[in-house]
Design a protein around this ligand. Structure first.
Ligand SMILES: [Zn+2]
Length: 261
């Protein structure tokens, strides 16, 4: 039995896991649905210091498809001085800037590109104006994939210099970021290219939830009272929330409903 399937967020129709991200019936987005195995704290205790230590809770069937650049398991640092200033005895900061390409995007990009390998795709890419381009290009380089970064043609080159240093191909789109996104979607779908934040999105978003797993484990499997999460699109916030709920589902955490985000 496959460990995962896909389910439409809107009409709940289920699909076997495949290279698709939109429901055939209602065009709703597809989410990964899991048959979680039985896990315990011991399952993860002596594993590699990367987010792949949570393999059983991630949407990859075969470990041989993992493309890892050793991202994750970043420090959860107690902020003594800032805590004192704010009147908080237990203030912690999760420092994801020490990931290999310097942002949390190594989490979703790594899961998406590993899944692209599992799907047997021959190229990957993303629409990005910065951090995601770097994370995608680095994982593509590790996995031996050609990588296409779609971005506006008037972008400051410094923003994608890191991605280019990993060997990515810059596809300059005359227009806005939204235009680059649309072109990436069209080319990705027509050429069978795994665009991590578009046609690989169902699997891509699963990577970000490992932030929740790590924080819980680093707090000795306890639930924080309050979580403060920076928000761009809100995808990471949603993924972190999902991560904590899943830890409750597999009985690694007690009730998470009193945690405030
Ligand atoms: Zn649907």
């Amino acid at each position: 039995m496959a460990r995962t399937s896909l389910q439409c967020r809107e009409c709940k129709k289920e699909y076997e896991t495949a290279f698709k991200y939109i429901c055939d019936d209602c065009f709703g987005p597809l989410d990964v649905k899991y048959n979680f195995p039985t896990v315990s704290k011991d399952t993860f205790s002596n594993r590699e210091h990367t987010y792949w230590r949570y393999f059983e809770l991630l949407p990859i069937e075969n470990k041989s498809n993992i493309i890892s650049i050793d991202a994750g398991m970043t420090p959860l640092t107690k902020a003594e001085n800032l805590g004192k200033k704010l009147g908080l005895n237990n203030l912690y900061i999760k420092n994801d800037s020490v990931n290999p390409t310097f942002s949390f995007k190594d989490r979703p990009a790594g899961v998406a590109i590993s899944k692209a390998k599992e799907f047997g795709l021959s190229a990957v890419g993303c629409a990005s104006t910065g951090n995601l381009a770097s994370a995608t290009a680095a994982h593509a380089a590790k996995g031996g994939f050609p990588c296409h970064v779609f971005a506006p043609s008037d972008i400051e080159m410094a923003k994608i210099a890191q991605a280019l240093s990993y060997g990515a191909n810059y596809v300059a789109v005359d227009g806005t970021y939204d235009d680059a996104n649309r072109i990436a979607a069209q080319i990705g779908d027509s050429k069978g290219i795994g665009i991590v934040n578009i046609n690989m999105r169902s699997h891509y978003v699963e990577g970000s939830k490992t932030l929740a797993y790590e924080v819980a484990e680093q707090l000795d499997w306890s639930v924080p009272d309050q979580l403060i999460v920076p928000v761009g699109s809100g995808a990471m916030l949603n993924a972190i929330c999902k991560g904590f709920e899943e830890l409750q589902t597999v009985s690694l955490l007690n009730d998470v409903s009193n945690m405030h985000m």
